[in-house]
Ligand binder design. Structure first.
Ligand code: PEP
Ligand code: MG
Length: 325
Protein backbone atom coordinates (compact mmCIF):
# COMPACT_ATOMS: atom_id res chain seq x y z
CA UNK A 1 0.00 0.00 0.00
CA UNK A 2 2.77 2.41 0.96
CA UNK A 3 4.65 1.60 -2.22
CA UNK A 4 1.49 2.14 -4.26
CA UNK A 5 1.00 5.56 -2.71
CA UNK A 6 4.63 6.49 -3.29
CA UNK A 7 4.15 5.98 -7.01
CA UNK A 8 1.62 8.82 -6.96
CA UNK A 9 4.23 11.38 -5.89
CA UNK A 10 4.77 12.79 -9.38
CA UNK A 11 1.31 12.07 -10.75
CA UNK A 12 -0.65 15.31 -11.25
CA UNK A 13 -3.63 15.66 -8.91
CA UNK A 14 -6.39 15.63 -11.51
CA UNK A 15 -9.88 14.15 -11.28
CA UNK A 16 -11.34 11.66 -13.76
CA UNK A 17 -13.20 14.54 -15.44
CA UNK A 18 -10.06 16.63 -15.72
CA UNK A 19 -10.39 19.05 -12.81
CA UNK A 20 -6.97 20.07 -11.50
CA UNK A 21 -6.73 19.95 -7.72
CA UNK A 22 -4.09 21.79 -5.70
CA UNK A 23 -2.62 19.95 -2.74
CA UNK A 24 -0.84 22.13 -0.21
CA UNK A 25 0.96 21.42 3.05
CA UNK A 26 0.46 22.77 6.56
CA UNK A 27 3.71 23.52 8.37
CA UNK A 28 4.62 24.86 11.78
CA UNK A 29 8.37 25.41 11.43
CA UNK A 30 10.17 27.09 8.51
CA UNK A 31 12.48 24.10 8.12
CA UNK A 32 9.49 21.91 7.30
CA UNK A 33 9.00 23.64 3.94
CA UNK A 34 11.62 21.57 2.13
CA UNK A 35 10.16 18.30 3.42
CA UNK A 36 6.69 19.45 2.36
CA UNK A 37 7.97 20.05 -1.16
CA UNK A 38 9.61 16.62 -1.20
CA UNK A 39 6.35 15.05 0.00
CA UNK A 40 4.59 16.40 -3.09
CA UNK A 41 3.05 19.66 -1.86
CA UNK A 42 2.46 22.30 -4.53
CA UNK A 43 2.83 25.00 -1.91
CA UNK A 44 2.31 25.76 1.75
CA UNK A 45 -1.37 26.46 2.40
CA UNK A 46 -0.90 27.18 6.09
CA UNK A 47 2.25 28.20 7.89
CA UNK A 48 1.26 28.55 11.53
CA UNK A 49 3.49 31.40 12.69
CA UNK A 50 2.74 30.76 16.38
CA UNK A 51 5.91 28.66 16.86
CA UNK A 52 8.01 31.83 16.74
CA UNK A 53 6.10 33.37 19.62
CA UNK A 54 5.51 30.44 21.96
CA UNK A 55 7.69 28.99 24.68
CA UNK A 56 9.54 32.26 25.34
CA UNK A 57 8.98 35.39 27.37
CA UNK A 58 10.03 38.02 24.84
CA UNK A 59 8.56 38.73 21.42
CA UNK A 60 10.45 37.88 18.23
CA UNK A 61 11.71 41.01 16.48
CA UNK A 62 11.16 41.96 12.85
CA UNK A 63 14.50 40.60 11.61
CA UNK A 64 14.10 37.30 13.45
CA UNK A 65 10.62 36.84 11.99
CA UNK A 66 11.73 37.91 8.53
CA UNK A 67 14.52 35.32 8.56
CA UNK A 68 12.15 32.55 9.63
CA UNK A 69 9.58 33.41 6.95
CA UNK A 70 12.31 33.74 4.32
CA UNK A 71 13.61 30.26 5.23
CA UNK A 72 10.16 28.83 4.50
CA UNK A 73 9.85 30.81 1.26
CA UNK A 74 13.27 29.73 -0.01
CA UNK A 75 12.54 26.14 1.04
CA UNK A 76 9.53 26.10 -1.30
CA UNK A 77 11.64 27.27 -4.28
CA UNK A 78 9.05 29.60 -5.79
CA UNK A 79 5.95 27.65 -4.80
CA UNK A 80 3.47 29.74 -2.76
CA UNK A 81 3.81 30.02 1.00
CA UNK A 82 0.72 31.10 2.94
CA UNK A 83 1.83 32.69 6.19
CA UNK A 84 -0.88 32.96 8.77
CA UNK A 85 -0.55 35.89 11.14
CA UNK A 86 -0.25 35.14 14.82
CA UNK A 87 -3.04 32.93 16.15
CA UNK A 88 -2.62 32.86 19.92
CA UNK A 89 -5.17 32.63 22.67
CA UNK A 90 -7.46 29.70 23.46
CA UNK A 91 -5.33 26.53 23.36
CA UNK A 92 -2.18 28.44 22.35
CA UNK A 93 -1.03 30.79 25.07
CA UNK A 94 1.71 33.37 24.92
CA UNK A 95 4.05 33.03 27.90
CA UNK A 96 5.09 36.67 28.06
CA UNK A 97 1.59 38.07 27.59
CA UNK A 98 0.26 39.99 30.51
CA UNK A 99 -3.25 41.02 31.25
CA UNK A 100 -6.38 39.24 32.17
CA UNK A 101 -7.00 35.59 31.38
CA UNK A 102 -10.39 35.12 29.76
CA UNK A 103 -12.90 32.85 31.39
CA UNK A 104 -13.65 31.44 27.92
CA UNK A 105 -10.35 31.86 26.05
CA UNK A 106 -11.73 30.38 22.83
CA UNK A 107 -14.28 33.18 22.82
CA UNK A 108 -11.83 35.75 24.08
CA UNK A 109 -9.03 37.82 22.69
CA UNK A 110 -7.39 35.35 20.37
CA UNK A 111 -5.82 35.53 16.90
CA UNK A 112 -6.78 38.63 14.89
CA UNK A 113 -8.54 40.12 17.93
CA UNK A 114 -5.34 39.94 19.92
CA UNK A 115 -3.26 41.32 17.03
CA UNK A 116 -5.55 44.28 16.45
CA UNK A 117 -5.45 45.05 20.16
CA UNK A 118 -1.62 45.08 19.92
CA UNK A 119 -1.09 46.99 16.66
CA UNK A 120 2.60 47.65 17.25
CA UNK A 121 3.36 43.99 17.78
CA UNK A 122 1.16 43.11 14.79
CA UNK A 123 2.87 45.66 12.56
CA UNK A 124 6.24 44.07 13.29
CA UNK A 125 4.88 40.78 11.95
CA UNK A 126 3.26 42.42 8.92
CA UNK A 127 6.55 44.09 7.96
CA UNK A 128 8.45 40.82 8.40
CA UNK A 129 5.97 38.94 6.19
CA UNK A 130 6.08 41.69 3.54
CA UNK A 131 9.87 41.58 3.48
CA UNK A 132 9.82 37.79 3.03
CA UNK A 133 7.53 38.31 0.01
CA UNK A 134 10.52 39.73 -1.87
CA UNK A 135 11.97 36.19 -2.04
CA UNK A 136 9.10 34.20 -3.55
CA UNK A 137 5.34 33.89 -3.57
CA UNK A 138 3.98 34.84 -0.19
CA UNK A 139 0.31 34.97 0.71
CA UNK A 140 -0.80 36.46 4.00
CA UNK A 141 -3.66 34.79 5.87
CA UNK A 142 -5.74 36.38 8.63
CA UNK A 143 -7.10 33.95 11.27
CA UNK A 144 -10.40 33.94 13.18
CA UNK A 145 -12.25 36.64 11.30
CA UNK A 146 -15.75 37.34 12.54
CA UNK A 147 -16.21 40.99 11.58
CA UNK A 148 -15.75 42.84 8.32
CA UNK A 149 -14.00 45.69 10.14
CA UNK A 150 -11.26 43.27 11.21
CA UNK A 151 -10.36 42.93 7.53
CA UNK A 152 -10.46 46.69 7.01
CA UNK A 153 -8.25 47.31 10.03
CA UNK A 154 -5.73 44.69 8.94
CA UNK A 155 -5.58 46.09 5.41
CA UNK A 156 -5.01 49.57 6.84
CA UNK A 157 -2.14 48.31 9.01
CA UNK A 158 -0.70 46.56 5.96
CA UNK A 159 -0.78 49.81 4.00
CA UNK A 160 1.10 51.52 6.81
CA UNK A 161 3.62 48.66 6.91
CA UNK A 162 4.20 48.97 3.14
CA UNK A 163 4.75 52.72 3.45
CA UNK A 164 7.18 52.07 6.29
CA UNK A 165 9.21 49.63 4.18
CA UNK A 166 9.22 51.98 1.19
CA UNK A 167 10.59 54.68 3.47
CA UNK A 168 13.38 52.32 4.47
CA UNK A 169 14.00 51.29 0.87
CA UNK A 170 13.24 47.63 1.64
CA UNK A 171 11.85 45.35 -1.04
CA UNK A 172 8.55 43.50 -0.92
CA UNK A 173 5.98 42.08 -3.34
CA UNK A 174 3.51 44.89 -4.11
CA UNK A 175 0.95 42.30 -5.15
CA UNK A 176 1.19 39.96 -2.16
CA UNK A 177 -2.20 38.24 -1.82
CA UNK A 178 -4.15 38.69 1.39
CA UNK A 179 -6.69 36.09 2.44
CA UNK A 180 -8.92 35.36 5.39
CA UNK A 181 -9.76 32.27 7.38
CA UNK A 182 -13.32 31.09 7.70
CA UNK A 183 -13.36 29.57 11.17
CA UNK A 184 -16.36 31.18 12.81
CA UNK A 185 -19.95 30.55 11.66
CA UNK A 186 -20.43 34.31 11.27
CA UNK A 187 -17.56 34.35 8.79
CA UNK A 188 -19.01 31.46 6.78
CA UNK A 189 -22.34 33.28 6.64
CA UNK A 190 -20.58 36.53 5.67
CA UNK A 191 -18.08 34.98 3.27
CA UNK A 192 -19.60 36.75 0.27
CA UNK A 193 -19.02 40.12 1.90
CA UNK A 194 -15.58 39.26 3.28
CA UNK A 195 -14.22 37.93 0.01
CA UNK A 196 -14.79 41.26 -1.74
CA UNK A 197 -11.90 42.72 0.25
CA UNK A 198 -9.77 39.57 0.16
CA UNK A 199 -7.82 37.68 -2.51
CA UNK A 200 -8.64 34.20 -1.22
CA UNK A 201 -10.39 32.27 1.55
CA UNK A 202 -9.16 29.38 3.64
CA UNK A 203 -11.60 27.37 5.71
CA UNK A 204 -10.29 26.30 9.11
CA UNK A 205 -12.56 23.39 9.84
CA UNK A 206 -11.02 22.66 13.25
CA UNK A 207 -12.31 25.91 14.66
CA UNK A 208 -15.38 26.07 12.43
CA UNK A 209 -16.56 22.77 13.91
CA UNK A 210 -15.72 23.93 17.43
CA UNK A 211 -17.65 27.17 17.09
CA UNK A 212 -20.58 25.78 15.13
CA UNK A 213 -21.22 22.94 17.56
CA UNK A 214 -20.12 24.82 20.70
CA UNK A 215 -17.61 22.06 21.45
CA UNK A 216 -14.27 22.98 23.00
CA UNK A 217 -11.64 21.31 20.78
CA UNK A 218 -9.55 20.57 23.85
CA UNK A 219 -12.27 19.26 26.17
CA UNK A 220 -12.27 15.45 26.28
CA UNK A 221 -15.63 15.25 28.01
CA UNK A 222 -17.40 16.49 24.88
CA UNK A 223 -15.05 15.02 22.27
CA UNK A 224 -17.67 12.53 21.10
CA UNK A 225 -19.90 15.44 20.05
CA UNK A 226 -17.19 16.97 17.87
CA UNK A 227 -18.61 15.87 14.52
CA UNK A 228 -17.00 17.16 11.30
CA UNK A 229 -19.92 15.71 9.34
CA UNK A 230 -22.73 17.39 11.24
CA UNK A 231 -25.12 18.69 8.54
CA UNK A 232 -24.85 22.25 9.92
CA UNK A 233 -21.06 22.15 9.62
CA UNK A 234 -21.24 20.81 6.07
CA UNK A 235 -23.66 23.55 5.05
CA UNK A 236 -21.37 26.26 6.39
CA UNK A 237 -18.35 24.81 4.60
CA UNK A 238 -20.30 24.56 1.37
CA UNK A 239 -21.58 28.12 1.77
CA UNK A 240 -18.05 29.49 2.15
CA UNK A 241 -16.79 27.54 -0.87
CA UNK A 242 -19.66 28.81 -3.01
CA UNK A 243 -19.13 32.41 -1.89
CA UNK A 244 -15.49 32.23 -2.96
CA UNK A 245 -16.27 30.59 -6.27
CA UNK A 246 -18.98 33.12 -7.09
CA UNK A 247 -16.47 35.90 -6.53
CA UNK A 248 -13.88 34.07 -8.65
CA UNK A 249 -11.47 33.86 -5.72
CA UNK A 250 -9.56 30.76 -4.64
CA UNK A 251 -10.88 28.81 -1.65
CA UNK A 252 -9.05 26.13 0.28
CA UNK A 253 -9.69 24.03 3.35
CA UNK A 254 -6.73 23.90 5.75
CA UNK A 255 -8.28 22.22 8.81
CA UNK A 256 -7.85 18.52 9.62
CA UNK A 257 -10.75 17.70 7.32
CA UNK A 258 -8.60 18.52 4.28
CA UNK A 259 -6.21 15.71 5.21
CA UNK A 260 -8.95 13.20 5.98
CA UNK A 261 -9.15 11.05 2.85
CA UNK A 262 -12.67 9.97 3.82
CA UNK A 263 -13.76 13.61 3.36
CA UNK A 264 -11.96 14.26 0.06
CA UNK A 265 -14.83 13.28 -2.24
CA UNK A 266 -17.31 15.22 -0.15
CA UNK A 267 -15.22 18.40 -0.40
CA UNK A 268 -14.62 17.89 -4.13
CA UNK A 269 -18.37 17.58 -4.58
CA UNK A 270 -18.81 20.91 -2.80
CA UNK A 271 -16.58 22.47 -5.44
CA UNK A 272 -13.35 22.65 -3.44
CA UNK A 273 -10.17 22.53 -5.51
CA UNK A 274 -7.46 23.33 -2.95
CA UNK A 275 -6.66 21.21 0.08
CA UNK A 276 -3.99 21.99 2.67
CA UNK A 277 -2.90 19.31 5.11
CA UNK A 278 -0.14 17.61 7.04
CA UNK A 279 2.36 16.47 4.38
CA UNK A 280 1.96 12.84 5.48
CA UNK A 281 -1.65 12.86 4.22
CA UNK A 282 -0.96 14.24 0.74
CA UNK A 283 -0.71 11.03 -1.26
CA UNK A 284 -3.71 9.34 0.31
CA UNK A 285 -5.82 12.39 -0.52
CA UNK A 286 -4.37 12.47 -4.04
CA UNK A 287 -5.39 8.84 -4.48
CA UNK A 288 -9.00 9.86 -3.78
CA UNK A 289 -8.78 12.80 -6.19
CA UNK A 290 -7.61 10.51 -8.99
CA UNK A 291 -10.66 8.26 -8.48
CA UNK A 292 -13.19 11.09 -8.43
CA UNK A 293 -15.51 12.61 -10.99
CA UNK A 294 -16.36 16.10 -9.76
CA UNK A 295 -19.46 16.55 -11.94
CA UNK A 296 -20.93 13.34 -10.52
CA UNK A 297 -19.95 14.20 -6.98
CA UNK A 298 -21.46 17.68 -7.24
CA UNK A 299 -24.90 16.18 -7.93
CA UNK A 300 -24.66 13.68 -5.06
CA UNK A 301 -23.28 16.21 -2.57
CA UNK A 302 -25.85 18.82 -3.60
CA UNK A 303 -28.60 16.33 -2.80
CA UNK A 304 -26.92 15.42 0.47
CA UNK A 305 -26.73 19.05 1.59
CA UNK A 306 -30.47 19.41 1.10
CA UNK A 307 -30.98 17.13 4.07
CA UNK A 308 -30.52 18.27 7.63
CA UNK A 309 -31.07 14.73 8.92
CA UNK A 310 -27.73 13.50 10.30
CA UNK A 311 -28.63 9.83 9.76
CA UNK A 312 -29.41 10.39 6.08
CA UNK A 313 -26.32 12.53 5.67
CA UNK A 314 -24.16 9.79 7.23
CA UNK A 315 -25.64 7.17 4.88
CA UNK A 316 -25.14 9.42 1.86
CA UNK A 317 -21.56 10.04 2.93
CA UNK A 318 -20.88 6.30 3.24
CA UNK A 319 -22.21 5.79 -0.30
CA UNK A 320 -20.14 8.68 -1.58
CA UNK A 321 -17.00 7.02 -0.21
CA UNK A 322 -17.74 3.63 -1.74
CA UNK A 323 -19.30 4.38 -5.11
CA UNK A 324 -17.01 4.86 -8.08
CA UNK A 325 -16.82 8.20 -9.88
C1 PEP B 1 -8.42 25.38 11.89
O1 PEP B 1 -8.99 25.95 12.82
O2 PEP B 1 -8.98 24.53 11.17
C2 PEP B 1 -7.03 25.71 11.56
C3 PEP B 1 -6.45 25.24 10.48
O3 PEP B 1 -6.34 26.47 12.48
P1 PEP B 1 -5.72 25.88 13.84
O4 PEP B 1 -5.91 24.39 13.82
O5 PEP B 1 -4.30 26.30 13.85
O6 PEP B 1 -6.56 26.59 14.85
MG1 MG C 1 -8.02 27.67 13.71
Amino acid sequence: ERERLKRLLHVPARTLDGVGVTLHANIELPEEAEAALAAGAAGVGLFRSEFLFMGRRDLPGEDEQYEAYRTAVLGMRGAPVTIRTLDVGADKTLDGAEGQVSLNPALGQRAIRYCLAEPEMFSVQLRAILRASAHGTVRLLIPMLAHHHEIEQTLRLLDIARAHLRGRGQAFDERMAVGGMIEVPAAALSAGLFVRRLDFLSIGTNDLIQYTLAIDRADHTVASLYDPFHPAVLRLISMAIRAGRRAGKPVSVCGEMAGDHTATRLLLGMGLDTFSMHPASLLRVKQQVLLSDVSQLAIKVGRMLNSDDPVRVRAALARLREEPG
